[in-house]
Design a protein around this ligand. Structure first.
Ligand code: SAM
Length: 341
């Protein structure tokens, strides 16, 4: 099948599906407010509806699907959705992003349902920092979740760390040691000025360059892994062969190779994390659109795509949060926890 290309020749290859906007943590870089306006329950798509939309994407060449949220494991019987997607032959890569809190209990069900790999967010190994950063308890649960993931998806577990200066940047070496000892690939993520990050400031961003310098001081020479990939992380190798990634969306964005888009739990489709407007696929679906009709609409939107959201943010002079709390309450779809990461 010929790939569907946008105006910058980017193919439509990968879809992130958020199954809920709810989360059991309140991370400072994502959900720093006290109150949130949640999506209406009646608007949340059933698993069968989400699968029907995924089918339309697969008909256009999407082979990689990542389940996300909010926290996907707080949605009931997530394994039923995994099972539905795992039956789709066109999906070659079925992954999940989770904060790990509920993973120990759910890992066996999710693996049995056909989930192929897991990324767990892990920002700290210190319980005090975890509680300050997430405003919840639970680091021991997360760590047990990671151990369960290593049992059920050996060699297919990634750990994602958002690095914030003054909060957890002193732990980057320890986090890499932790991942190395477990054979998990760690990816450091630059703190992004996305919707939800109302307390974002450039001073808190630890850049890729700075990270590499620090890690080289501890671990010795670091070499880039040469690969032709649209994955967001640039990968690097330590002298002992340990591979880790850096997702430098803030200081070195990679819009030109972006083949991702995002579906919210209420069926809004976003072409970019920074996009102001989404495309309402739920409406089409609930009006009775067939897979072909959905695919036709999706293809026509994708072909017209010309966004370069992170690159445009980089070009801004006085860079600050994308949206303030009032704007996010007026339009919760702007939130990272609604769009999925
Ligand atoms: N709850 C799940 C989790 O914690 O992985 C999935 C959803 S979460 C929104 C997805 C990813 O987005 C997480 O790795 C999180 O750290 C990342 N994220 C959220 N806000 C961010 C920000 N301001 N900058 C960079 N990454 C962010």
């Amino acid at each position: 099948m010929l790939p569907v290309l946008d105006t910058l020749a980017r193919p439509l290859r990968s879809l992130r599906v958020s199954v809920t906007d709810r989360c059991n943590l309140r991370c400072a870089y994502c959900m720093p407010e006290e109150e949130y306006r949640w999506l209406e329950r009646a608007e949340i798509l059933r698993y069968g509806e989400l699968s029907a939309i995924v089918d339309a994407f697969c008909a256009l060449g999407v082979e990689r699907v990542r389940i996300t949220g909010g926290e996907p494991l707080v949605r009931r019987e997530l394994e039923r959705f995994v099972e539905q997607l795992a039956r789709r032959e066109k999906i070659k890569d079925l992954a999940l992003t989770t904060n790990g809190l509920l993973l120990e209990e759910q890992a066996p069900k999710l693996a049995a349902a056909g989930l192929q790999r897991v990324t767990v967010s892990l920002d700290t190994l210190d319980e005090g920092v975890f509680e300050r950063l997430t405003r919840r308890k639970g680091l021991p649960d997360v760590l047990r979740g990671i151990e369960a993931a290593l049992v059920h998806w050996p060699g297919r577990v990634k750990l994602d760390t958002v690095v914030l200066r003054g909060t957890n940047d002193m732990e980057v070496e320890a986090l890499l040691e932790f991942a190395r000892a477990r054979g998990a690939e760690l990816r450091f993520i630059e703190y992004m000025d996305v919707g939800g990050a109302t307390r974002w400031s450039l001073e808190q961003v630890v850049t890729r360059a700075e990270l590499l310098e620090r890690l080289a001081r501890r671990f010795g020479p670091i070499e880039p892994v040469r690969e032709d990939s649209s994955a967001p992380a640039e990968r690097f190798r330590l002298a002992d062969g340990t591979v880790f990634g850096i997702i430098a969306s803030t200081t070195a964005p990679f819009c030109r190779t972006c083949d991702r888009s995002r579906l919210t739990a209420d069926g809004q489709w976003y072409l970019c994390l920074y996009a102001r407007l989404g495309i309402d696929l739920k409406k089409l679906l609930r009006e009775g659109a067939t897979t072909d009709e959905l695919a036709t609409r999706i293809a026509s939107v994708w072909r017209a795509r010309d966004d370069r959201g992170a690159e445009q943010r980089l070009a801004e002079h006085a860079r600050g949060p994308l949206a303030d709390a009032a704007a996010l309450r007026a339009e919760p779809h702007l939130e990272m926890h609604t769009r999925g990461g």
